[in-house]
Design a protein around this ligand. Structure first.
Ligand SMILES: Cc1cc2nc3c(=O)[nH]c(=O)nc-3n(C[C@H](O)[C@H](O)[C@H](O)COP(=O)(O)O)c2cc1C
Length: 470
């Protein structure tokens, strides 16, 4: 059964014991981030709950964090699947998207705030890296734009700094689908219409931060994930549609030919991301449900919600490309969360010929150009979710002189602090290109047997475990 909105999903999480209500009064400008950080740092991933801050000082709107990516179990609940079937679920949704259906009325328009009444400052937007971020940031926007010529829709998540009651600055990376739409409006010398959704059916969120092939509507991917078309309503002041049961929708225009300083912002690399010259959104209208819930993602140092949800979504998109499009014998794909789910990519495969590991690495770089500054392929017997096994394979199944290759002039991870000094802007060309390293850590010849006792001896010991005094 698909979720109808954010609230029904919160009810499911609470039923499973995966939602923690925090009734203590909290300050949105430091305390929400600090509590979320301690939860992510101190509670093991499998036990981490989503957080519902019910009492935000100065506001009567609650804030939720970790609702898509508190843990892998929570993410799988969004996807209504299990960890083992996660990649197949992504593959199916991208292969068989279901376009949204337009309905006349939507709960998201229970309240319509126009003109002076459309005030961003009425919402409890947190400050995340107190003392370093320049102000409050919306971290979980689902930003909807359309191509002016084809009407093709894009949904993506881009950090948005509150710059005033009706003004936002939004950083959209160079290769993002959303950027292409905005630039297409600018080429016509027009402001780009935008709708920014905060909180709705969680499948829209995971689709917004994932990378389906360019041109594929993420709302249709969300439909594929939920197995049913997502109901959408028309916005009030821009020609766009938004999920009908969204909590909050900010409608606006991205000012043509205008960029403003935005950032720095505490990023998923674990460092402060540099200052950027970013798009400016002039808010034309805010609509919201009665008693809205404000959703936010925790970013910054891994582990974080940002790293978890980007990683699992991008792994799904890579899986679809390598397995379905290219029919490669892939067993698993893993973007290490400690690298912001971007820096190190590990693939396991049952290679059919000697050059196939290299081909898998090249295909991954072509599919997701930012990812895998270091990309490693190992044999199918290696559990790539276990770093010890990956390191073991790397140490003993690869020869640096033959199995390591460097490709120059590839897409950089622009937030990679080793690209350029901190003071170099996000827009600087120095941040755009980087070398990438591929390592084939699969066996290339006959290896000696592994040095372990016979399997039956180990099984005997396990069956008589208590007799050994354990
Ligand atoms: C919490 C979070 C924050 C993000 N912030 C940004 C951002 O500020 N700018 C950006 O370009 N991408 C950001 N991303 C990554 C994009 O959402 C992601 O690459 C998405 O696939 C882009 O969609 P698009 O290619 O359809 O535009 C963020 C992702 C997450 C999970």
């Amino acid at each position: 059964m698909p979720y109808s909105d954010l609230r029904s999903f919160l009810t499911v999480l609470e039923g499973k014991g995966w939602l923690k209500r925090i009734t203590k009064k909290v300050n949105k400008d430091w305390e929400i981030a600090a509590v979320a950080r301690v939860v992510f740092q101190d509670i093991p991933e499998k036990d981490r709950p989503a957080l519902l801050f019910e009492n935000v000082e100065g506001f009567d709107i609650p804030v939720v964090v970790g609702v898509l990516g508190g843990s892998r179990s929570i993410y799988c609940q969004v996807m209504e699947t299990t960890p083992l079937l996660l990649m197949q679920k992504w593959k199916a949704a991208i292969s068989k998207p279901i376009p949204p259906v337009v309905v006349e009325l939507g709960l998201c328009q229970e309240n319509i705030l126009l003109g002076e009444k459309a005030d961003l400052l009425k919402f409890p937007v947190p400050i995340w890296t107190a003392g370093q971020d320049p102000g409050p940031y919306i971290t979980s926007p689902y930003v909807i734009t359309k191509d002016p010529h084809t009407n093709a829709r894009n949904v993506g998540t881009y950090r948005a700094q509150i710059k005033g009651a009706r003004k936002l600055a939004m950083w959209v990376n160079f290769l993002q689908g959303g950027r292409l739409n905005i630039e297409a409006w600018w080429a016509l010398r027009q402001d780009a219409p935008v709708a920014i959704v905060i909180g709705c059916d969680p499948t829209v969120g995971v689709a917004s931060v994932s990378k389906p092939p360019q041109g594929l509507d993420e709302l249709a991917v969300a439909g594929g994930l939920r197995g049913e078309a997502l109901p959408v309503v028309r916005c009030r002041t821009v020609d766009l549609e938004v999920p009908a049961s969204a909590e909050i929708v900010i409608e606006g225009l991205i000012r043509v030919d205008h960029l403003e300083q935005e950032g720095p912002f505490g990023e998923y690399s674990g460092y402060m991301g540099p200052v950027a010259m970013s798009y400016v959104v002039d808010v034309t209208c805010i609509t919201h449900r009665n008693k809205p819930v404000f959703q936010a993602f925790l970013s910054q140092m891994p582990p974080s919600e940002s790293s978890l949800i980007r990683g699992l979504g991008w792994e799904g998109a890579l899986w679809k490309h390598l397995v379905e499009d290219l029919r490669m014998p892939i067993k698993d794909i893993h973007l290490l969360e400690s690298t912001g789910s971007a820096g190190i990519l590990v693939i396991s495969m049952e290679k059919k010929h000697d050059t196939q590991p290299r081909e898998a690495i090249l295909a991954s770089w072509a599919c997701q150009p930012y990812l895998g500054k270091y990309s490693v392929v190992v044999d199918e017997d290696i559990d790539i979710r276990d770093l010890n096994q990956v390191a073991w394979a790397l140490a003993w199944r690869s020869q640096p002189g033959k199995d390591l290759f460097v490709m120059d002039n590839m897409q950089a991870i622009q937030l990679d602090p080793s690209q350029a000094p901190a003071e170099v802007s996000q827009m600087d060309p120095a941040r755009r290109h980087s070398a990438k390293v591929g390592i084939d850590a699969t066996k290339k010849h006959n290896f000696p047997p592994v040095a372990l006792p016979p399997q039956q001896h180990l099984e005997f010991v396990r069956a008589h475990w208590h007799e050994y005094g354990f």
